[in-house]
Design a protein around this ligand. Structure first.
Ligand code: ZN
Length: 182
């Protein structure tokens, strides 16, 4: 396993659509393990492959839940087959450090995917887990949470976003030291 370097706002890979995965081999298992390790090292609750520069449809989530163990999933080729309700909630993104804002998402979703071995996975999610999965599936389609904000809010965030694109990260948002290329 190795830590991968997280790509930041301004990197074209974050605006690209990831491709369906067709090979369930050892390199996919390695990618999934690296993504889980990287998510943990960056203290994230989710990570999509685009964020480490890999245009393949795989995401990982690890979300704390009330009165239940953390919800941990590795989802390959995920499809949201059902959405219900709407809910506004705050989101951030490992690729846009220091920026947080409210985003409207479906309240409940049903996701159909497979895991890194090709085994089917069905997830019924609501609340924070549903939000995290929708955020990560957006990444696979080349969409960032700031793309879902109003024009006014995006204008308000423009300076921060441009600074990140220039590689100027906020002091308290530096990547983990051991993170290297990927
Ligand atoms: Zn994100």
């Amino acid at each position: 396993m190795s830590l991968r370097r997280v790509r930041y706002y301004g990197d074209p890979v974050l605006k690209s659509r990831a491709k369906e995965i067709t090979e369930f081999d050892a390199s996919l298992a390695d990618l999934a393990a690296d993504m889980r390790e990287t998510m943990k090292a960056y203290n994230g609750v989710g990570l999509a492959a685009n964020q480490i520069g890999v245009l393949q449809r795989i995401l990982v989530v690890d979300v704390p839940q009330q009165d239940a163990p953390r919800a941990t999933y590795t989802l390959v080729n995920p499809v949201i087959v059902f959405r219900e309700g709407q809910e506004k909630g705050e989101e951030g993104c490992l690729s846009i450090p220091g920026v947080w804002d409210d985003v409207v998402r479906a309240k409940r979703i049903h996701v159909r995917a497979v895991d890194e071995t090709g085994k089917p996975v069905e997830v019924e999610a609501e609340g924070y887990l549903a939000r995290a999965i929708q955020h990560e599936v957006d990444h696979l389609d080349g969409v960032l949470f700031v793309d879902r904000l109003s024009l006014l809010k995006r204008q308000f965030l423009r300076r921060d976003l441009e600074a990140i694109a220039r590689g100027e990260l906020p002091e308290d948002q530096q990547p983990p030291k051991e993170a290297s290329g990927g």
